[in-house]
Design a protein around this ligand. Structure first.
Ligand code: HEC
Length: 165
C-alpha cells in the first residue's frame, strides 16, 4: 500500500513556475552515506592529528630527507699542454682582462699571478672556479658561456702564469 504521507507538496512555500517540492523522508541510503562521511571525518581527523601525529610539515620534511642529494658539482680535468696555454691566452684576452687586468695583476677581480688564492690555485681548482664562478662576488659563471674545452684552456693559461700551485 502506498504511504499516504508520501508525495505531499510542501505548499506554496517552495513553488517555482508551478513546480512544487515534496516533503518526503530522505532515502535511508542517503542518510547513511551522510552520517557515515561525518563519522569518518571525525575519526580521520582524530587519527591524523592525535593518534598518528601526521602533518603536512612532517610529510614535507620526510620527503626532503628522502630525496636524493644533488651531486657535488665537479669538473673533470686533463693534463695541460702548451697548445692549451696558447689558446687560453687568447681566451683570457677576450674575456677576462676587463676584471683581472691585461697583466693579470687584478682590478675588479683579484691578481691571478701571485700565490694568494681565494678559491685555490691548483689547476682543477682554477677550472672549478672559472666553470662555476663566484656570482655573489662578481666572478662570472663561465661554464655555460665558454664550455669545458675553452675553460680548460684559459685555466691552463692562468695556472701557468705564475701563481699556479
Ligand atoms: C666581471 C668581472 C670578471 C670577469 C670578466 C672575470 N672575472 Fe674572474 N673573478 C672576478 C672576481 C670579482 C673574482 C673574485 C671572487 C671572490 O672574491 O671570491 C674573480 C675570481 C677569479 C678566480 C679565482 C681567484 C682566486 O684567488 O681564487 C679565477 C681563477 C678567475 N677569476 C678567473 C677568471 C677567468 C679565467 C676569467 C675569464 C674567462 C675571468 N675570471 C673573468 C671577476 C671577474
Amino acid at each position: 500500500m502506498s504511504d499516504p504521507t508520501r508525495d505531499q507538496p510542501l505548499g506554496h512555500a517552495h513553488e517555482a513556475d508551478g513546480i512544487e517540492e515534496y516533503d518526503n523522508q530522505l532515502p535511508l541510503w542517503w542518510v547513511g552515506l551522510f552520517v557515515g562521511t561525518v563519522i569518518f571525518g571525525i575519526v580521520y581527523a582524530v587519527d591524523y592529528h592525535f593518534i598518528s601525529h601526521r602533518s603536512q610539515v612532517k610529510e614535507y620534511d620526510a620527503e626532503m630527507a628522502a630525496a636524493p642529494k644533488a651531486p657535488e658539482a665537479s669538473v673533470a680535468v686533463g693534463a695541460i699542454t702548451p697548445d692549451m696555454i696558447a689558446a687560453g691566452k687568447e681566451i683570457f684576452a677576450a674575456n677576462c682582462v676587463a676584471c683581472h687586468g691585461a697583466d693579470m695583476h687584478g682590478g675588479i677581480g683579484p691578481n691571478l699571478t701571485d700565490s694568494t688564492w681565494i678559491h685555490g690555485g691548483t689547476y682543477p681548482e682554477i677550472v672549478h672556479t672559472v666553470t662555476f664562478g663566484v656570482p655573489e662576488k662578481g666572478m662570472i659563471t663561465w661554464g655555460p658561456i665558454l664550455g669545458p674545452e675553452k675553460i680548460a684552456q684559459v685555466a691552463a693559461f692562468v695556472h701557468s702564469s705564475g701563481g699556479g700551485q
